[in-house]
Each structure stands twice: as C-alpha cells, then as structure tokens.
Design a protein around this ligand. Structure first.
Ligand SMILES: Cc1ncc(COP(=O)(O)O)c(C=O)c1O
Length: 392
C-alpha cells in the first residue's frame, strides 16, 4: 500500500464522509505547487477554493504568521490586540468601509450581514420588515440561515425546517426583482459573480436596478464577496467592476491567505447597529489570522498587483480561445468558468489530477481559481496540460 493509500484508509475510518474527495493526499506546498505524500507534484489552479491567495507558504506571510503564533496566538474578545486593530484599519481603509466584524468563515460573515440587515430595519422601522431577497442559483454558506439564503433547491433538503424570511429572485430579471421587493424586505443579497452556482456574472443593468430600487426604499444591499473579493477579479472588490459599493460586503476565503477568517464590512450608516452583546464569535479576529491578513492586504491592495492579476486573466482567456473544445469562458479576472462542448468537467478534473494539475468544477463548468501570485510561466504550463486534455 502506498503512503497515500494508508492515509486515505485511516482518514475514511474516522472522518465523516460529508465531502466527495479525490484520492489525493497533499503533504506540502511551495509557491503555486502542491506535493502529495508520494512525492508527486501538482500545479495548483484551485488554491484551496480561492483561499491560498498568495500560494503555499509564502515567505513573508509565513514569517508574519509564525511570529504572531510565538507572540500571542489567541485572546478573548473581552480584550484588544494591536494586530487586530491594524488589520481592521487596513481592511476599512483599503475597501472604503467604516467598520468590520470578524468571524472565521464565509458563512459566519454572511450570518453577521443578515443579523445587521434585520437589526438595522428593526431599530428604524420596527417588526415585519425582515425579508432578505437572494438570487436563484446563489450560494451563501452551509449554516441553517445561510442555507436558507442560498437560492438552490438542491441545498434545501434533509435539514427542515429552514428559516423564514428569504425570497429568491431570478438573477438578471429586473421585473422579478420589482415584483418581490415589497414592504417586508430589508435587504437584497447578491454575488456579483455566482461562484458555486457556475461562475455566472450579473448584468450591469440588473446591478444598477438593484441599487436604484434599494436606494429608493432604504433597503440594504449586501454583496457576498467571499469568493470574488480580495483581488480575485483583478480589482480589490468585484463591486469595483460594476461601479458599486454595497452597504455591507462580506469577505472570507483568500482574506488571510489560507487561515480561517471571515469579515463583515459595513458603511457609516450601519456602523452602530451591532451593540455589546448582540453578536460575537470566540475565535473571531484571531491574531494569527489577522497577521496573515495584513500580509495579504499589504500585497494585494495595490494597483500594480491588481493590474498583474488582470494581465494574467487576459492571458488565460487568450490561451483558452485557441482550444476547440471550449464553448465559452465566464467570470472575471482569476475567477474563470470554462464551458465545454463535449467533455464532462468532472472527468477533466480527474484527468488533470493524473497529469499533475489541480482544477475545480462549478456545475457543468471547469473552474479555475489560481493563487493570485501565479506566474505567467506556471499558468502557461498548467494551461498546456488542461488544453492537452480538452483536445484529446
Ligand atoms: C459566495 C460564497 N459565500 C459563502 C460561502 C461560504 O463560505 P465558507 O465555506 O467559508 O463558510 C462560499 C463558499 O464557497 C461562497 O463561495
């Protein structure tokens, strides 16, 4: 039995089978390359589902994280730390938001957004204005509230009852939005590019209508930028491509370079909604994650880094346009969905693994979310493998 087979056997004996895993055991990573237990190397076009934003074990990031671990690994939120203050200030300054609440995941960031939207409305208008509109095909997380928000029937099984107060509108359907935006609504929650839903961008016209209609009724806009934020699209926030700033933006995934963190950012209007005792999280704002996040933002939140991301994004699209099997490419920046003419995305991902390339899938598409630091030559090498599979 190989080393990997041993690990998989032990793992499956003790870990619940809630994921469909590939038979791959990663042992270490370096830059944009992962290495398995048996010494095989893989170019990583998935970055832990858009999480290892600076690749594996970036030196500056690892130094900052290790230094923080040796200094203070955790403290309760009864006390302050300077590293959390620094990261909060960096986040607010670079995104233009007033205040942040820290959790540990995307779902937690969205839970916070939902609570803030409902409390803002309750404080100002009283009971009965609690509905949150989300979009068909959206994905907002796996907790009961964020599953209730998620606009995909496939997730609404087994765990009944789901929460009341979520209504779905078809993405890009302005009439549907108008019909459902009644007096019970306190917020509209959207992903500018639906990630898990299949890498589908919203239309500018629809986004404009959301902001205009919500603005008229003091209905909040919540942008779930958990997958699209932190430079993934070649702008710090994907909302920048649409010329929009939501009342609330949620971030997670790449925010701390692979350490658990979620952030709920709010504008001035909402900055006093949460008061002592109304929300909390034991690990939220963990100093080690904040130290990692500071390095990520130090690197990503600058124009030359972001234009580098855009250049790499253009290169991917140019190379894919030469491939006959590619029916279309969706997404923005380093968030890429590839529609195929004849092949199945799952089969392509499996074959890519055999050939030393990690790719993701989203619905029927092959999905790429490479580390933002990937080089053009690494991209080229990985794309050659992918196109080789697609053209066979
Ligand atoms: C847009 C979006 N929102 C929320 C989540 C949930 O994040 P987490 O798995 O960190 O809870 C995800 C995860 O894929 C996501 O893509």
């Amino acid at each position: 039995m190989s080393k990997s087979e041993n690990v998989i056997k032990k793992f499956d004996n003790s870990v619940m089978h809630s994921y469909g895993r590939y038979p791959l055991v990663l042992e270490h990573g370096e830059g944009r390359t992962a290495c398995d237990e048996d010494g095989k190397r893989y170019i990583d076009f998935g970055s832990g589902i858009g999480t290892n934003s600076l690749g594996y074990c970036d030196e500056e990031w690892a130094d900052a994280v290790c230094a923080q671990v040796r200094k203070l690994q955790h403290n309760s939120n009864y006390y302050y730390t300077s590293v959390q203050a620094d990261f909060a200030e960096t986040l607010c300054k670079s995104t233009g938001y007033s205040k942040v609440f820290f959790g540990n995941s995307g779902a937690e960031a969205n839970e916070c957004a939902i609570k803030i939207a409902r409390k803002y409305s309750f404080d100002k208008y009283g009971k009965g204005r609690h509905t949150i509109i989300t979009l068909v095909n959206s994905f907002h997380g796996r907790t009961i509230a964020t599953l209730s928000a998620t606009g995909q029937e496939v997730f609404h099984n087994y765990f009944f009852p789901f929460l009341d107060g979520f209504v779905n509108v078809t993405a890009n359907d302005i009439d549907d939005l108008k019909a459902k935006l009644d007096d019970t609504v306190c917020a509209v929650m959207l992903e500018y590019i639906q990630g898990e839903g299949g890498v589908n961008s919203l239309d500018q016209e629809f986004v404009d209508a959301v902001y205009e209609l919500c603005g008229q009724k003091d209905v909040l806009v919540i942008a779930d930028e958990i997958q699209t934020g932190v430079g993934r699209t070649g702008k710090l926030l994907a909302g920048d491509w649409f010329g929009k700033k939501a009342d609330i933006t949620t971030l997670a995934k790449g925010i701390a370079g692979g350490l658990p963190m979620g952030a709920c950012l709010v504008n001035e209007k909402l900055s006093q909604v949460l008061t002592p005792g109304t929300h909390g999280s034991t690990f939220g704002g963990n100093p080690v994650s904040c130290a990692g996040g500071l390095v990520v933002f130090g690197r990503v939140a600058n124009e030359s880094f972001l234009s580098g991301v855009q250049a790499k994004a253009a290169m991917i699209r140019e190379k894919l346009s030469t491939c006959n099997e590619v029916a279309g490419v969706s997404g923005i920046g380093l968030m890429v969905g590839i529609s195929l003419k004849t092949k199945k995305a799952g089969d392509v991902a499996k074959e890519a693994l055999n050939r030393g390339l990690l790719v993701l899938t989203a619905k029927e598409k092959v999905r790429l979310l490479p580390p933002l630091t990937i080089t053009e030559s690494e991209l080229s090498e990985g794309l050659d493998i992918l196109i080789g599979i697609l053209e066979e």
